[in-house]
Ligand binder design. Sequence first.
Ligand code: AOF
Ligand code: ZN
Length: 329
Amino acid sequence: MLRALELAAQGPEANANPRVGCVLVADDGTVVAEGWHRGAGTPHAEAHALARAGARAGGTTAYVSLEPCNHTGRTRPCSEALYAAGVRRVVHGQSDPNPAAAGGAAWLRDRGVEVVGGVEAETAAALNRTWTHLMRTHRPWVTWKLATTLDGRSAAADGTSRWITGEAARADVHEQRARCGAILVGTGTALLDDPHLTARRPDGSLRETQPIRVVMGMRDLLPDARVLDDVAPTWHLRTRSPKEVLDALAAAEVHHVWLEGGPTVAAAFLADGLVDEVVAYVAPVLLGRGRQSVSDLGITTIADALRLAPTDITPIGTDVRITALLKEI
Ligand code: AOF
Ligand code: ZN
């Protein structure tokens, strides 16, 4: 199962589908074939492993990090494929939280295949944390990214903000953007900063997969705005409602949203309880008067402060990256 999880981790993180790995093992313990899922519209992990094994799949145990699917989605059910290939035993990790696809374990059991579930299930769910969150809550996982000075400013009084954090932290942001399905800002940020909102490598070149660029708000974008070029899809959603934006993204099977501000949009998401995680880059810089990273949250006394649960604190170059969850999960 640990090998299946290792294989799964090779899959694309920003994809609509979860990352899944599969290992077929013979009775004597030898590995017959392995497979992992490369993303929506392509064969599932089990299909890859079965194709490699051919006739040798008969009598094996399949270790799969996710319960085999039982539906015809973009591909045929893995439950049927495993059964047809003569696999005798299935050991799976996470039970499939997608109601449309779940049920493979029961289907196989009904046909006499021995099924053991829940092995390393938490590791598998953690590997697909944002996808699992979408399946359970029907809304994408939202990571709010902010870059701030030591005194909590995200821009100077005149609105300039390039750059607060150093090169290494900015490169890290691009890496993180590439792991998300969408990057979101408000029209205020789009008009003030004219960001490109792409995921780039340190040399400036575009990464292979680009998140959807989403700008929310009622104001028009400038016709020559950098987000309107053709290197990645861009949605301008004319709404101030975070819920509406997340519904639209959930309908597009986006499970991880990277929220980059500005202060009004960040406050709206926080006020609606729709931020799941914060990634803050804190730079050893002082600005004194300047713009804060988030607008009024209606908090007036320390007892009402939003207290987050840090999961990681890492120095990056001369800055520090703090990752924290809004709620215990
Ligand atoms: C598996 N093995 O490798 C994956 C599974 O549209 P489809 O056909 O690609 O189905 C997508 C759903 O199938 C996905 O939401 C999840 O429930 C399951 N993914 N299942 O048996 C795999 N990637
Ligand atoms: Zn499947």
